[in-house]
Design a protein around this ligand. Structure first.
Ligand code: COA
Length: 159
């Protein structure tokens, strides 16, 4: 049986922290689907198409990684694509409570789908998308925090 894992997120924009989780997860499963969330109640900086395109460019050389987007319930999407594992990254203790609730709610909604947590690389423990956007907006250097394609998208959108 081929194991399919799902790595969902807003990826607004994807960072090197996300990329680190993606690369490491892809070695553990036959196939990894990186799924960009489109929540109509949430205001994103980048459109779903832009977030999807950036991720496709980032994972272009990996045969077992696909990028997709979804709306609605994550566990329903997981069922649709045949994934029984959701991957989430944990950066610090502050992530734990939110992730704990998310994982429990998802398991409550669908007991066939389990969440696995991956510790972020220590170099990326302080990175999050909104901080990257702010630093970029104020002209700070983000070249070691995001993949080159994301830096390009940010510069084009901001300046
Ligand atoms: N490295 C760097 N940053 C990371 C990271 C990592 N490894 N992991 C998370 N982050 C950051 C993100 O950059 C983001 O930062 P921001 O708040 O500054 O934008 C933050 O952590 C959270 O981002 P993300 O991992 O994308 O999670 P999210 O909370 O935006 O999205 C979903 C979570 C999409 C998985 C969740 O909302 C979902 O499942 N939605 C679908 C609807 C549903 O099923 N709801 C019920 C769920 S119980």
């Amino acid at each position: 049986m081929r194991t399919i894992a799902l790595y969902p997120g807003s990826f607004d924009p994807p960072t090197n922290g996300h990329y680190d989780i993606i690369k490491r997860s892809a070695t553990l499963f036959d196939k990894l689907i990186v799924a960009v969330a489109e929540n109509p109640a949430k205001k994103y900086f980048f459109s779903v198409d832009e977030r999807t395109s950036m991720l496709r460019e980032i994972v272009r050389e990996y045969d077992n990684i696909e990028v997709d987007h979804f709306d609605g319930l994550l566990v329903e999407y997981a069922d649709k694509i045949g994934a029984v594992t959701i991957i989430r990254g944990l950066r610090a203790l502050s992530d734990f409570e939110y992730e704990f609730e998310l994982a429990l709610m998802n398991r409550h909604l669908n007991a066939n789908v389990d969440t696995i947590f991956m510790m972020t690389d220590e170099h990326y423990s302080f990175i999050r998308s909104s901080l990257v956007r702010e630093v970029a907006r104020l002209g700070g250097d983000i070249s070691d925090k995001v993949p080159p394609v994301v830096e390009k998208y940010l510069k084009e959108k901001l300046f």
